[in-house]
Design a protein around this ligand. Structure first.
Ligand code: GLY
Length: 363
């Protein structure tokens, strides 16, 4: 961690770009500090509801005529190339050029779409990410993954396009619906399981205060998660090794999202189901003892409720796993916990056990 004007900022150092993820109440009011000199027009990609909440704070920081707002309809179903093309056409109509800057201002869907738009517009313009959901603050907006969905699965078109900076203002979570806040907490739980037993223990011991959104605690959890993400991405930008551990819960989670047409679950909720299934799979493979498995299950339930997944067909989910990005040359890779704070990436598990873990977890 570095201190930026006494504000916690986590350095992400990748081959493509070195930048800071700043976690600070009030950083939403300091956007101009992060826009390089000689930047041309600024194109802010957002959704109408986010804009309705924060328009006054953002517009006040831009000289008139220097900011164009591009509205994205929101939702996984709209995270498609056709929508991105529409945004690019709007940029051209507003006279964008290679000095333009894109700002992603919204949840993880918006930051993914804005990042991909920036990655391919005129072969690449810079992007500044300002995430407004907990999930995007602790995961999606940090690390440069951008993309859109195909019918066959999530984020199957995309690129790594690191931002100039990530501005994380926990104050903006005040307008976030409770369901979205809980969904984001599942990614924080993920960070605890994969890398940080103290974070996991904090989530256990202070659950009431976390769910009541006590500000110091929220800031601490976001900072802990961003620190983990920054460290992992800095050591493995393109997910050739260590970064894979961030996919704990995502193998089955992505299949659940695709199987339910991206509408029944928020991303974090599908990941909660995916983490439950991966935890059971680790037990069935004798990699995890049942008391640790119970701790993970209890913590996930504590941060629920998650919409039920009981009627999902295990065979269809299994079939979906093979079109996931994490499947390499036909081998499905699972991230499985071996203790709190440590996971292993395991290829080629017995499909009967995967099926058993799905059936026993998703009820
Ligand atoms: N969301 C997982 C990653 O950024 O690698």
């Amino acid at each position: 961690m570095v201190q930026r004007d006494h504000v916690p900022a986590f350095r992400v150092q990748t081959g493509q770009q070195a930048y800071e993820a700043v976690v600070n109440r009030g950083v939403l009011w300091r956007i101009q500090e992060f826009i390089p000199a000689h930047t041309g027009k600024v194109f802010l990609v957002t959704t109408q509801d986010v804009w309705d909440h924060f328009r006054a704070s953002v517009e006040a920081q831009f000289p008139s005529g220097s900011l164009s707002v591009l509205f994205f309809p929101g939702g996984e179903v709209n995270k498609r190339l056709s929508r991105l093309e529409e945004l690019a056409e709007q940029m051209m109509e507003a006279h964008a050029d290679r000095t333009s800057l894109v700002i992603g201002f919204g949840g993880g869907i918006v930051t993914d779409v804005a990042g991909f738009l920036a990655a391919i517009f005129m072969r690449g313009v810079p992007v500044l990410q300002i995430p407004t959901t907990l999930l995007a603050q602790v995961d999606a907006a940090v690390g440069g993954k951008t993309g859109v969905n195909l019918k066959n699965g999530k984020n199957l078109l995309g690129s790594f396009h690191q931002p100039l900076a990530v501005l994380i203002d926990p104050e903006v979570l005040g307008t976030l619906p409770d369901r979205e806040y809980r969904a984001g907490m599942f990614e924080v739980i993920k960070c605890g399981v994969i890398r940080d037993s103290a974070l996991f223990a904090l989530l256990e011991s202070r659950a009431d205060a976390v769910l009541a959104q006590q500000p110091e605690l929220v800031d601490e959890l976001i900072a802990a998660s961003v620190r983990i993400k920054a460290e992992i991405v800095s050591s493995d930008e393109r997910e050739d090794g260590l970064r894979r551990i961030l996919n704990f819960g995502h193998t089955i989670g992505h299949a659940i999202e695709a199987e339910t047409d991206y509408v029944r679950f928020l991303h974090g909720e599908a990941i909660a189901w995916g983490m439950l299934a991966a935890t059971r799979l680790a037990e069935l493979n004798s990699m995890l003892d049942s008391s640790t498995g119970d701790r993970i299950r209890r913590l996930i339930c504590r941060y629920g409720p998650v919409p039920p997944a009981g009627n999902l067909d295990a065979a269809r989910l299994l079939a979906k796993l093979s079109s996931d990005k994490k499947t390499i040359q036909g081998k499905i890779h699972f991230v499985l916990p071996v203790s709190i704070g440590e996971v292993k990436v395991v290829p080629n598990l017995d499909s009967a056990l995967i099926r058993q873990a799905i059936v026993e977890s998703l009820q």
